[in-house]
Write a protein that binds this ligand. Structure first.
Ligand SMILES: [Zn+2]
Length: 344
């Protein structure tokens, strides 16, 4: 043995080569009727960004491209939450961020509390609304309010070192061209060039894509702006997207709600694995946790280790482990001082 055995925490859970999430801004009722059945078919969980002041109502205010859409009620949100979906706050009123006298305490902190009352579970992420103009004012309020991160809008691919306070979201989809009336780059990175064949094994490997759309419908209310299609999908487009994700990576993709990826990442960043020299045919790895953020629900990490054996057992077989090309992989709950004993 020349150097100490490397035990590492996998960048993504299960050492997945690609992580995929998709979010629906506004939490409109088509998420249940149109998107949910497609998600079931591909076994990919969804996420809605809910406007707490609109639950169970039709949006009728002027000055929005989203006029007359229907927002899900608390019962409808809970239907999805009971089936593995998650809900972030997308503000209380979705007021334009350039508006005078905007009440950010209401939009950021109170909207979290209101949604938690509606759902009965913690709301862990905030999703920026309108535009990113006052991002710097919103971030500290979100941090104080107890959010774990913010869903932003940016180039679609996050690497393992992504900023939890500006998670990149962007749209990648096929067949969008038929809907896109404005062939200009929008803040959502909907460009004609961005769509066909955008997802490849090469450009997705090691990355987390947080896909973004709004309504998933075949027809929008007449009152909506034409340009809204730039931000929406049809059921056929959603089917094509999820199908493409599965076609590229099959069961290897970690299809997860964004909260799970953020929690895994925060836990990973707080954890340090320390491994002993192989000794009497064993490697002992101790995990230290430092400065763990409050409010994390997840305690599971995935580990990899080079081992000089043709088989591997973790904690005498108590923890399931795989071995590929001399690298052991296991996923287990951790606490400060957790130990994993690897043996042939
Ligand atoms: Zn919105």
């Amino acid at each position: 043995m020349t150097d100490s055995p490397a035990v590492e925490i996998a960048p993504w859970k299960y050492d997945a080569p690609f992580v995929y999430s998709i979010t629906y801004d506004e939490a409109t009722i088509d998420a249940i009727s149109n998107s949910y059945p497609i998600h079931q078919e591909y076994d990919i969980p969804g996420h809605v960004c809910a406007v707490s002041g609109y639950l169970g109502t039709q949006r009728i205010e002027r000055g929005t491209s989203m006029r007359e859409v229907f927002h899900m009620s608390p019962e409808q949100l809970r239907f999805l939450a009971d089936r593995g979906w998650t809900v972030s706050s997308h503000s209380h009123s979705h007021c334009p961020t350039g508006q005078e006298g905007i009440d950010l305490d209401l939009e950021v902190r109170v909207s979290k509390i209101e949604l938690e009352k509606a759902l009965g579970t913690p709301v862990r992420l905030l999703a920026f609304w309108n535009d990113l103009a006052i991002e710097d004012q919103i971030r500290p309020i979100a941090q104080q309010a107890g959010y774990l991160g913010i869903l932003g809008i940016a180039h679609p691919f996050n690497g393992p070192d992504f900023d939890v306070w500006h998670i990149a979201r962007g749209t990648v989809g096929r067949d969008m061209e038929m809907w896109v009336a404005e062939p200009i780059a929008s803040m959502y990175h909907h460009t004609r060039e961005a769509f066909p064949g955008n997802l490849t094994r090469e450009n997705t490997r090691g990355k987390w894509l947080v896909d973004i759309t709004h309504l998933v419908v075949n027809r929008l209310p007449k009152a909506c702006g034409e340009g809204l299609w730039n931000r929406c999908s049809t059921p056929a487009m959603l089917d094509a997207r999820l199908s493409e994700v599965r076609a590229l990576w099959g069961e290897d993709v970690w299809a997860a709600v964004p909260e799970d990826v953020v929690e895994y990442t925060l836990l990973r960043r707080a954890a340090t694995p320390m491994a002993s020299q192989p000794d009497e045919g064993r490697i002992v790895c101790t995990v230290r946790l430092n400065a763990l953020p409050a409010g994390l629900q997840s305690r599971e990490l995935s580990f990899t280790a080079h081992v000089p054996w043709s088989s591997v057992r973790v904690n005498g077989g108590a923890i399931p482990a795989g071995l590929r090309d001399g690298v052991a992989l296991w996923t287990a709950a951790v606490h400060d001082g957790a130990q994993f004993v690897l043996s042939p």
